[in-house]
Design a protein around this ligand. Structure first.
Ligand SMILES: *[C@@H]1O[C@H](CO)[C@@H](O)[C@H](O)[C@H]1NC(C)=O
Ligand SMILES: *[C@@H]1O[C@H](CO)[C@@H](O)[C@H](O)[C@H]1NC(C)=O
Ligand SMILES: *[C@@H]1O[C@H](CO)[C@@H](O)[C@H](O)[C@H]1NC(C)=O
Ligand SMILES: *[C@@H]1O[C@H](CO)[C@@H](O)[C@H](O)[C@H]1NC(C)=O
Ligand SMILES: *[C@@H]1O[C@H](CO)[C@@H](O)[C@H](O)[C@H]1NC(C)=O
Length: 426
């Protein structure tokens, strides 16, 4: 299925900013195919690796979580599978240190006092690989290889924008310092990538939650900047309006076993700002029952009641209502040429049934269509939103049968299609 709109040629706004230079790897530029537009990859949830440093201010839940590392410099907090394999007693420490707290005075989320974090290797795709075999291919590493196969060169015309996935953009006017910092870094990265490549505008390629961050980033960038610097947005595996699947991890209040989907949403004891970002939107799902119990049903329309029923505090429910929900409701077309590519034909959770109302028990799952994580409904909602916006310059939606959320960035056939769309956007 393809939705196409007329392609308007937009006048280029000449914004030449000559003050930024790349210091790293200047010789690589010569090896990159000069005719290609630079690509910046924005990966999915949990793909940004985080280093942490503990100061004296940190109050460890047990002494063992503090003493070995306090005052010792940076270590890999997310994700360090090797360390957790070697010493499973670290798990509660890592879970604690990953937690976020909401600071009502600043009106923003923060790390725990005494826990400093930084995203590893921003600007590159070097951090897209994990040491955990179970997480192979969840973070665009296959796409990096495929792009290198057609002439892209890391650091010359291929870049990566990992982010701290625990945080999230907040509704307009509210403070989200970490997302603002990410936006500033992404803006600079795009500008530098363009300048390094004969001022060609950049192709942004996103997977899953990276698409949400990028859509908000674009929406908040001046239109003249978007037109000057963004050649095309290729958004993989994301609609607008979230997925019922994302309600599940919010239902249990302990660290979930690794086999359950959305595991890391519960890391840090249900404290991440991003756990609300892809909840089902009332605009897409309305009052359709998504979580069914014997006594009461929950839909996107009464999400607030669901969050309270699974035991989130009043403060957390208010954070969903004031920070996350308005953002979801106000998503807009990016107004840069866009291709959306999604998988269909894979059973995808449409409803969760907790018949006896016990939210910690395993629910019965009712499946619909999608890529295993993103429902077809939210993809159709994206087509209506972007395809229906008269100001959107170009929009194409591609649905690839039998392709999973992860398969889109790792199956050979899907990758061929994705790469050919990226080359086509050139
Ligand atoms: C993970 O932790 C182990 C032990 O603390 C360390 O040797 C290793 O370098 C860390 N991994 C990464 C990717 O930093
Ligand atoms: C998780 O948070 C709840 C409050 O939301 C708290 O009562 C509980 O002790 C926390 N559990 C852990 C393991 O930190
Ligand atoms: C919940 O939804 C199901 C499925 O739509 C319906 O059969 C059931 O009657 C509803 N239960 C309540 C309590 O509304
Ligand atoms: C809910 O389900 C969990 C997991 O199956 C079980 O351990 C617990 O006892 C149940 N609680 C109630 C009240 O039935
Ligand atoms: C999808 O996969 C199923 C099972 O592997 C197969 O029967 C079906 O033909 C495939 N459909 C398409 C459109 O490739």
């Amino acid at each position: 299925m393809e939705l196409q709109q007329q392609h308007h040629i937009l006048p280029l706004v000449a914004l030449l900013i000559a003050t930024f230079f790349f210091v790293g790897a200047p010789s690589l530029a010569q090896d990159a195919t000069p005719s290609l537009h630079p690509v910046v990859l924005v990966p999915g949830n949990t793909c940004g690796q985080l280093d942490a440093r503990l100061t004296d201010e940190y109050e460890p839940p047990t002494p063992a979580c503090g003493i070995p590392k306090q005052g010792r410099g940076w270590f890999r907090l997310w994700e360090n599978f090797t360390a957790l394999q070697e010493d499973p007693s670290l798990l509660p420490c890592y879970a604690d240190q990953l937690r976020l707290v909401y600071d009502p005075v600043a009106g923003d989320y923060r790390n725990l006092p005494g826990v400093k974090t930084r995203v590893v290797a921003f600007g590159t795709t070097r951090s897209f690989r994990f040491d955990d075999p179970a997480r192979k291919n969840v973070c665009m590493e296959g796409l990096v290889d495929a792009l290198e196969g057609v002439g892209y060169v890391e650091g010359a015309n291929l870049f990566g924008a990992p982010y701290d996935f625990r945080y999230a953009p907040a509704a307009a006017g509210l403070s989200s310092e970490v997302f603002s910092d990410f936006s500033s870094s992404l803006k600079l990265l795009v500008e530098r990538a363009s300048e390094r490549n004969g001022n060609k505008p950049v192709i942004l390629v996103t997977h899953s939650m990276g698409g949400l961050f990028t859509m908000v980033f674009l929406d908040r960038s001046p239109l003249a900047w978007r037109r000057r610097y963004v050649k095309h947005l290729v958004m993989l595996c994301l609609g607008v309006g979230g997925s019922p699947l994302n309600m599940w991890p919010l239902a249990f209040d302990t660290l979930s076993p690794p086999s359950l989907p959305g595991t890391v949403l519960t890391y840090g004891n249900r404290s991440f700002a991003s756990m609300f970002s892809l909840l089902p939107s009332p605009k897409v799902y309305g009052d359709t029952p998504l979580v069914i119990t014997g006594a009461k049903n929950y839909s996107a329309d009464n999400m607030v009641e669901y969050l309270a029923a699974v035991g989130l505090s009043e403060e957390q429910v208010a954070l969903y209502r004031t920070r996350a929900l308005p953002l979801t409701l106000n998503l807009r077309a990016p107004l840069v040429p866009m291709t959306s590519i999604n998988g269909i034909g894979v059973p995808t959770i449409d409803r969760l049934v907790f018949l006896d109302g016990n939210f910690t028990a395993k629910p019965e799952l009712v499946n619909g269509d999608g890529d295993g994580q993103i429902n077809l409904q939210t993809v159709l909602a994206l087509e209506r939103l972007v395809g229906g916006d008269p100001d959107q310059p170009y929009f194409k939606s591609i649905l690839i049968p039998n392709t999973t959320h992860k398969g889109m960035i790792s199956d050979e056939l899907a990758l061929k299609r994705v790469v050919s769309e990226i080359l086509g956007a050139n």
